[in-house]
Unconditional design. Sequence first.
Length: 285
Amino acid sequence: MGLKIWFNDKLVDESEAKVSIFDHGLLYGDGIFEGIRIYNGKVFKLKEHLERLFISAQAIRLEIKYDLPAITDFVLQTVAANNLTDGYIRLVVTRGIGTLGLNPLVCNDSQLIIVATTIQLYPPEMYEKGLKIISANTIRMHPQSVSPQIKSLNYMNNVLAKLEALESGVVEAVMYNHLGYVAEATADNIFIVTKNRIITPPHAAGALLGITRNTVMDLAVECDYQMIEKDLTRFDLHTAEEIFLTGTAAEIIGAIEIDGRKIGNGKPGPITKKLRQKYLELVNN
């Protein structure tokens, strides 16, 4: 029995969820998306994710043909139809069917797709032992080219950096911007800990204002840690006491090595562990 997929205005069987070969989302990556988590049968921060979806749509002049309350209902119906209590939602809006030309104005009917299933980005033991990362040679796309705040379907910039990581025998890479400052990892935001301060790059450096990122920053303040947004360099990463990544799928995961250099004592640090515990308590409540 396959998944039930929300396709435009109804649920369909997985085998029936098909987009046209002329859809500009397929031809040009012309569309937007959100990744959303389900915990204990509840969708975590759905409103925040959908608000960001509409901001991304506005930024690329894509008209979503359903409003926020309607899409909220579609998401909940999709989760229920797949009997999920814990899982992951991928919500996609494409520009729709057009021509083989680049002109987006010929696309007059955007397409909505909602997939709800299970996910495991990293194996459980990696959360205990930590992961190894590298610095990518592929730089983060210039913010005056495509804003990092747009959750675009065109992820080629990130894909190339991810390939660097995999070909180096690790699972994640840190991307730097055109000025040499840390932006984010290929699929996650990045934080460092130094002298009991938690630091993460600002959005101006090329970091997505992630929903999980914002949640973790709030938790850090609640735990009385000094939370700072500022530019970081490779030197800052190489000398950090702790490094951890955050994301909807990743949640919070500690890094124990970067560019072959051990981070701290080579294990996820105490602040990383505490914030992960607080995060899991939050989402499970």
